[in-house]
Unconditional design. Structure first.
Length: 290
């Protein structure tokens, strides 16, 4: 979950952040202490696939808007139940790009206002999203002496940041999110050999346009719901595999050969049986290949 910086309060302050992603919406309620310590009060996630029709129509689908607005209202109510005096909402790729984003923003504002807490959604730019991914990675891994690549895969976009000793050399956002690619390459049909090869070529071409020369990083740090699902599958599932808390699998290592093995296994498994794969959340069954 990518969260912009918040100033330290002079007295304990309860804050809620709602991250409106292209695949899922997450919320976290925390108590901030003047010392900088944070106590998590609640964390929640709901898969709404807001970007589900974006690739094919350029629009947010009415059903996805309605479902997302309901989830946001629920998260606002939950934050208020925890006595959060500050509630901020941030949106990324899907809302940045959709031609009808104004309809979604107005629907959120009207619905939350009717509930007594009007919410203004702040849209994060592509560059800021990449820098937030880098900052999040640096809280878990010391990047001060490394040439690292941070890849944050969401539902609508892929943020790629190359940094040497903490200095950013490349910060790119590509339209390669899991929901977007699943929509573009035919949903379940993206698993077929023909569609999958086309998907691979599409991704390789997009990356080559941004990174034309080979760039070798000593460490790849991956984040995002699809990639944390990959990590859980690599570990054979986890007692908390249904949890939405990102720290549950931070610092887990997945080898390249494991990625290939998992991808082959998932592609061979029909979507209606993928929930049987330990570590894979059922609501990611359709988009996990992309």
């Amino acid at each position: 979950m990518l969260v912009p910086s918040l100033p330290l309060p002079p007295t304990p302050l309860r804050v809620a952040i709602i991250d409106i992603g292209s695949a899922s919406i997450r919320s976290v309620a925390v108590e901030l202490a003047p010392s900088g310590e944070r106590r998590i009060l609640a964390e929640n996630r709901s898969m709404t696939k807001l970007a589900g029709a974006l690739a094919s129509t350029g629009l947010l689908a009415p059903q996805a808007i309605s479902q997302s607005v309901r989830v946001i209202c629920d998260f606002v109510a939950l934050a208020r139940s925890h006595s959060c005096s500050v509630i901020r909402a941030f949106a990324t790729s899907a809302v940045r790009e959709a031609r009808n984003a104004h309809e979604f923003l107005r629907a959120v504002r009207d619905a939350t206002a009717a509930a007594g807490f009007p919410l203004h959604v702040e849209i994060i730019s592509e560059k800021e999203e990449g820098l937030l991914a880098l900052r999040s990675a640096s809280t878990r891994v010391d990047l001060s002496e490394l040439h690292a690549c941070v890849a944050d895969l969401g539902g609508g976009s892929l943020e790629v940041v190359l940094a040497t000793r903490g200095i950013v050399e490349l910060n790119a956002s590509l339209p390669l999110g899991a929901v977007r690619l699943t929509d573009h390459f035919g949903g379940a049909e993206a698993c077929s050999d023909h569609a999958f090869l086309a998907l691979q070529r599409h991704v390789a071409d997009a990356l080559a346009r941004v990174i034309p020369a080979p760039r070798h990083a000593s460490l790849l740090i991956a984040s995002g719901g699809t990639l944390t699902s990959l990590a859980r599958i690599a570990r054979g599932g986890d007692p908390d595999s249904s949890s939405c808390a990102p720290h549950d699998c931070s610092r887990w290592t997945v080898r390249r050969h494991e990625v290939h093995d998992i991808l082959d296994r998932v592609r061979r498994t029909p979507i209606d049986r993928r929930h049987q794969i330990p570590g894979l959340q059922p609501d990611r069954a359709e988009i996990i290949v992309a």
